[in-house]
Design a protein around this ligand. Sequence first.
Ligand SMILES: Nc1ncnc2c1ncn2[C@@H]1O[C@H](COP(=O)(O)OP(=O)(O)O)[C@@H](O)[C@H]1O
Ligand SMILES: [Mg+2]
Length: 284
Amino acid sequence: MPEEVLPEEVLPEEVLGVDGISVSRSGRRVLDDVRFSIRSGELTGLIGSNGAGKTTLLRAVLGLQPVTGGRVLVAGRPRRRRGRLIGYVPQKTVLDPDVPMRARDVVALGLEGHRLGMPLPNAQRRLLVDRMLRAVGAQEFADARVGHLSGGEQQRVLIAHALVSRPKLLLMDEPLANLDLRSEQEVVDLLARIATEQRIAVLISAHDMNPLLPVTDRIVYLADGRAVSGRVDEVVRSEVLSGLYRHPVEVLRVHGRVLVLGAPAVSAPAVSAPAASADEGVRS
Ligand SMILES: Nc1ncnc2c1ncn2[C@@H]1O[C@H](COP(=O)(O)OP(=O)(O)O)[C@@H](O)[C@H]1O
Ligand SMILES: [Mg+2]
């Protein structure tokens, strides 16, 4: 073979392929020909302001949101239904203080539904749950009521819940919203470590890319239902984002933070034209 072939174990596997997805809701185009792919061991930020379409996109990936065009490939195959390959933590998951469950019970619930009526022996369930509680650093509060835990601790438990069935892809919808700065940092570091250690693909939605920048160099940037994806330095450029927004915006880097100035606050009316080609080199 003419080109250099890497040994198989170092070739990152494409875990998720989003292939030209479009979604309409109430007659309005909410996602328009969105395409990107993510690979095992990678953490990717799904960035966009409120109403950009992040939740709709994650739900389309899961098969919870019907699409009007395009397809979703999971581990190289068309995704037929939500299976055990995908773990999901929905937006604004808040556990009520009165829920009579311990952290470990919530994690154990993640084991249900995947074993097709063949319950695992209790000892084995406990082993898997304990292992996952340790992996997310939640062993200290494993027996506490979930509703009494802090926001950051609850996120750890929810991540463990989503991961205990060993998916290949983890989707997190705004896990950093409502966390204080320190918890935000801890959750970001945890997700980055999990992506590497467990060789899974992690897709995290956020309205601010800054907390994710230390651990990811790939993002999918959504605006008005259209996307550009690639490395941060390829995507987060004034000319690329101006093309995406169809409006002049400016990207500033100040004290290590990225600011996107001038983005329209309110979504434009219905998208009917095909996505502008912001920068061909940016799409992956
Ligand atoms: N049930 C719905 N029916 C019609 N439009 C909806 C519905 N839910 C959300 N939308 C619209 O879809 C767009 C994307 O929403 P969403 O995916 O929730 O964005 P994000 O998660 O980025 O904030 C928004 O313009 C929103 O108004
Ligand atoms: Mg959302």
